[in-house]
Design a protein around this ligand. Sequence first.
Ligand code: IMP
Ligand code: MG
Length: 175
Amino acid sequence: MRLKTEPLLDAATIRARVAEMGERITADFAGKPLVLLTVLKGGMVFAADLMRHLDLDVELDFIGVRSYDGFHSQGRIEWTYKPDVDLQSRHVLLVEDILDTGRTSKAIIAWIEAQGAAEAALCVLLDKPSRRVVPVTPRYTGFTIENRFVVGYGLDYNARYRHLPDIYEFDDNPC
Ligand code: IMP
Ligand code: MG
């Protein structure tokens, strides 16, 4: 499989949008210490850029779940990493690379709420609303895209391509 020659979203476009999102989040959470909870591994690149646009009191932590096809038949997810920070009464911003069926985010948000967080806001770089299976609406969305499998800027296909600065589709779309 080969990537398309032209990126779907190039680094400059992503950079500008991430900066805008950071400004919005900074305004919305003014005066509230924030826990930036990054979903491993895909959210790492986005979170690293986004947090440098946050003029807030930010505590960074991570949450790990088994990726894409890592669901048991009942739709439960497998945890690979749980945050160290106590989420009780905290304002949590959950940072994800992409919102697809919504199962991952829904399960993580339920878990954050069960920890007694004051709020759990979802921030995604990409959203594929046509793929949604469970209802989840992000508070912050970078780009809404069609039903295409994309890689780069943190997003992988079989653990590859995460390091690419731009976001690409495949020539032959595996969706
Ligand atoms: P959801 O639980 O179906 O919403 O899936 C979200 C997760 O699936 C993301 O965090 C990604 O790891 C993975 N995923 C969904 N779509 C894509 C894609 O187009 N490229 C790479 N990973 C994807
Ligand atoms: Mg992921």
